[in-house]
Design a binder for this molecule. Structure first.
Ligand code: 13P
Ligand code: SF4
Length: 331
């Protein structure tokens, strides 16, 4: 299955690691959750469940195993702990995320003071203390329906600027972006229906309309899919936009001569490995350094030594779980 996407020598070496991980996984009564961005050898050999942020939240909430080993980044493992706090949640490496790092709980408290009574939607790509300050979470697959579900005149939507702009267009809302420095100077107007934050995904912000034009020039029959963390201009110039799993399903269920995914490059390899008849183009100059921190070696060490245990204060778990569970109920 991986023969066309992973070199032979690497495959033999990684197969040994994967075998040992799968043996230990059973011995330790662990479940392994693998995000769609994991590298192909890991993605296709050790996870019990693969998926996007929302799907993996659901799996984390439902598991009865003793250990949840999360092959993803820290905010995802924290969400697993929030949803299933009696379990031991392990992360192979304390991998961050530029979006989660763009906002603090203190920033959210200041926004709530500035816009009293306005509900706060936190993208799941935030740390637990930010979720604890929020009314409801969302992921890339349910952001617009979460905003609509609030039936509010105004909504604070954090922290991804581009996702917020894309949601504003989808829900027909006007959007403003107060920044840390000009919060006090902002007057709340009735047409400020979405109040955003200027966080960016360091991967998706790099894709441009020019990239799309260049690829279309070379491959006029290409179908281009963009993650909603890309700018609205890039989403507009693409053929489809959706969460990582929605994009995977789109490719699997359509029949185009070739596809280009504007997202972390490993995903195209993962799709190509599972669907050898699909022709995937790659723009691999843009990678997520955080997702790429998760390796089979560190996953094995995590299981052997119970390493990188996710611990969160009880009150944060309690407050954050309201926001995450409310999202799951809505979606
Ligand atoms: P998904 O929820 O679509 O899997 O996205 C997670 C992410 O980090 C995208 O950059
Ligand atoms: Fe964060 Fe972007 Fe990496 Fe996703 S791709 S984990 S949003 S930095």
């Amino acid at each position: 299955m991986l023969g066309d996407v992973v070199p032979d020598a690497e495959l033999w070496y990684k197969a040994g690691l994967a075998c040992e991980i799968n043996r230990l996984k059973v011995e330790r009564n662990a479940v392994i959750l693998g995000h769609n961005y994991m590298e192909p050898a890991l993605f296709h050999s050790i996870p019990d469940f693969q998926g996007d942020s929302l799907e993996l939240c659901r799996m984390a909430a439902e598991t009865e195993k003793d250990i949840i080993l999360f092959c993803g980044v820290r905010f995802m493992a924290e969400t697993a702990k929030i949803l299933n706090p009696s379990k031991t949640v392990l992360l192979p490496s304390m991998a961050g995320c530029s979006l989660a790092g763009s906002i603090t709980a203190a920033d959210v408290r200041k926004l709530k003071e500035r816009f009293p009574g306005v509900p706060v939607v936190a993208y799941v790509n935030t740390y637990a203390d930010v979720k604890a300050e929020s009314d409801i979470c969302c992921t890339s697959s349910n952001a617009a329906s979460v905003v609509r579900s609030l039936e509010a005149d105004a909504v604070i939507f954090l922290p991804d600027e581009f996702l917020a702009r894309n949601v504003a267009r989808e829900t027909g809302n006007h959007i403003i972006f107060p920044t840390k420095d000009d919060l006090s100077g902002i007057t709340f107007e009735p047409d400020h229906q979405l109040i955003g934050w200027q966080g960016r995904c360091e991967v998706h912000e790099k894709f441009t309309v020019e990239d799309i034009q260049n690829v279309r020039k070379q491959f006029p029959d290409v179908v281009i899919l963009a993650h909603p963390e890309c700018s609205p201009e890039v989403v507009d110039a693409s053929d489809y936009s959706g969460s990582t799993s929605a994009m995977t399903q789109y490719v699997e269920q359509t029949d185009a001569p070739r596809y280009l995914l504007l997202t972390e490059c490993a995903m195209a390899d993962n799709i190509a490995a599972a669907n050898p008849e699909k022709h995937m183009l790659r723009l691999c100059s843009v990678r997520c350094p955080h997702m790429n921190q998760i390796t089979l070696e560190d996953t094995l060490t995590a299981l052997q030594t119970t390493r990188h245990v996710i611990e969160l204060p009880q009150d944060v778990i309690q407050r954050a779980s309201r926001a995450v569970e409310r999202m799951i109920a809505v979606s």
